[in-house]
Ligand binder design. Structure first.
Ligand code: NAP
Length: 543
């Protein structure tokens, strides 16, 4: 049999055939696929368990924003039939259980080394291999390296003076402890109102003694409309998986929602209002992903949905001054990643909740007892930082990736990432990236499964042909990078500061917008990658 372990004599000089960094959804599935090829694979994972995002983000209220049954892995029919999601949008504990179930079912753990943070990955020109050094100092070698380090996995704390001086408890949401945090009756601050902040705030408001929300930029949010999955629906879901995944395969961003082919002004005012009302009443991302085709590219079309949602916020929040603070004024609906909420706006009608607008009164410093804004000292028992991530390239920046000739990836990407298909980078031979910059993200497990299968196909090809060197060319990298940039032109989201445009006020050097995401359609993305594979990867330098 070609491509089997026996044919791979030369790689025996290395510890492994493939090293994967990260045991989240990408790393787990990549391990499964490569083991099918009979390869010696090792996964290094910083955490003590599998699950990546779902392992780290244990904050109160963490849950899916995409329908559970469209999110799980689709590769195993058996798994699909065995696993039962209890809610349309499962909470983090359930999703983490799911990740563990998958790890057990496919016996993944023996090839995963936990508590092993990768510090550096250095390409060895002479042997066409990678040397990986862990934070512990341990060194491992491999022919191929696959990064599965996640686009939102490097949490960032605010750059506020005296951050460490607080004597109470404080947590970044993505580093929420495993042991219970006692919130009942406590004076709690939440800083940040992105998707994470919104989920946290709406979940803890009723439990804490007093909640102060520090908001710098309000985000447009829409109702999640979660609910339990009853037995009859469960049967329908299980019988309907082929249709669910067929639909995800065809839609723009792999969600079960897809844009309405009409433009916002191709219907009457009454029809438009009725359509928005319907979307606002429906589950999930429909109001974002299943809206008129032009709301995310046409300012006037966007204004119609922004006005509609602003009216909803005004209806739901009793104090008009607070409602105005919660309505975004510097960006249109859906131009940042849409947080989905469950009675989030009603939280601000509670007596124990206060909203502080940081544009009016910025935080000056953290104090031993709480924090100080320009006009007030606040006392807290707990401060929760829902302040987001050094997104997309941040996790790459943290590891010393050195390619051919010792070139540092961090330097190469100084002015923004450059990639080939979002999967490779010229000058970094034998390295493949899963969910790195310039790939189609969307409903992420769907994108993960595609990318993992593509990478698996490339590695299988290398073994069948006896190749020990795979590299993107500088031309192909430049072309793909230009293509990704061109796709971003005209998108309203690319004119707005957010993690999606590479902005993080808390990270040095991340104040200039970049095009870090592929913003074309997932079907187009796959067609391009399929074409490369079908032509025998002839766009790559192979040796
Ligand atoms: P985020 O969207 O980047 O939001 C971070 C928040 O912290 C923003 O409100 C930001 O304000 C604020 N902030 C940051 N630094 C600050 C500072 N120094 N002072 C005051 N405020 C500060 O991060 P996130 O909410 O963690 O979400 C990131 C992404 O993770 C989401 O967009 C989504 O893709 C994913 N996510 C998914 C789910 C899900 O699927 N259910 C749930 C949560 C998150 P500015 O806006 O002014 O910068």
């Amino acid at each position: 049999m070609t491509g089997s372990r026996e044919d791979m004599g030369p790689t025996d000089q290395f510890d492994y055939d493939v090293i994967i960094i990260g045991a989240g959804l990408s790393g787990m599935y990549q391990l499964y696929r490569l083991r099918e090829l009979g390869l010696r694979v090792r996964v290094f994972e910083a955490g003590t368990g599998v699950g990546g995002t779902w392992y780290w983000n244990r904050y109160p209220g963490a849950r899916f924003d995409s329908e559970s049954y469209s999110y799980g892995y689709s590769f195993s029919k058996e798994l699909l039939q065995e696993w039962e999601w209890s809610e349309h949008f499962a909470g983090q504990p359930e999703t983490l259980r799911y990740c563990n179930y998958v790890a057990d079912k496919f016996d993944l753990r023996p090839d995963i080394q936990f508590e092993s943070r990768v510090a550096s990955a250095i390409y060895q020109d002479d042997t066409r291999s990678w040397a990986i050094t862990l934070a512990s100092g341990a060194r491992h070698t491999t022919r191929f390296l696959i990064t599965a380090i996640g686009p939102l996995s490097t949490p960032t704390l605010p750059r506020i003076e005296d951050l460490g001086s607080f004597r109470g408890q404080s947590f970044h949401t993505a580093r929420w402890p495993k042991q219970p945090v006692h919130l009942a009756g406590k004076r709690v601050a939440v800083i940040g109102t992105g998707a994470t902040g919104v989920q946290t705030i709406q979940t803890i408001a009723a439990e804490v003694g007093h909640l102060t929300v520090f908001q710098r930029t309000p985000n447009w949010c829409a109702p999640l409309h979660n609910g339990k999955i009853d037995a009859e629906t469960q049967l329908k879901i299980k019988a309907g998986y082929p249709e669910i995944f067929r639909r995800c395969h065809e839609t723009f961003a792999c969600f079960i929602h897809t844009p309405d082919p009409r433009g916002a002004f191709e219907v009457s005012d009454e029809e438009r209002e009725a359509f928005y009302e319907k979307l606002y009443g429906e589950r999930g991302f429909g109001i974002w992903q299943g809206n008129f085709r032009d709301i995310l590219i046409d300012r006037k079309a966007n204004a119609t949905i922004s006005d509609f949602v602003a009216r909803k916020i005004r209806e739901r929040v009793k104090d008009p001054a607070v409602a105005e603070k919660l309505i975004p004024k510097n960006h249109g609906f859906g131009t940042r990643r849409l947080p989905l909420e469950t009675f989030y706006y009603e939280v601000y009608n509670r007596d124990n909740v206060e909203l502080v607008d940081l544009t009016e009164t910025p935080i000056e410093r953290i104090t031993p007892d709480g924090l100080k804004t320009r006009d007030k000292d606040y006392q807290f028992d707990i401060i929760i930082f829902a302040t987001g991530f050094d997104a997309i390239t941040g996790s790459f920046d943290k590891i010393d990736f050195r390619g051919a000739g010792g070139a540092l990836l961090r330097d190469k990407w100084k002015r923004g990432p450059e990639t080939y298909l979002g999967l490779m980078v010229d000058g970094f031979p034998n390295m493949m990236m899963l969910m790195g910059p310039h790939t189609a993200l969307g409903n992420i497990p769907r994108s993960i499964e595609y990318s993992v299968d593509w990478v698996t196909g490339l590695i299988r090809f290398a073994h069948e042909k006896g190749l020990t060197f795979l590299d993107a060319t500088p031309e192909a990298t430049a072309n793909w990078t230009d293509h990704v940039k061109a796709l971003g032109v005209g998108l309203l989201s690319n004119e707005v500061n957010s993690w999606m445009t590479g902005i993080n006020s808390n990270v040095e050097g991340k104040q200039t917008r970049i095009v870090a995401r592929y913003s074309g359609s997932a079907p187009d993305y796959r067609a391009r990658c399929d074409e490369v594979a079908a032509k025998g990867y002839d766009e790559l330098r192979l040796g």
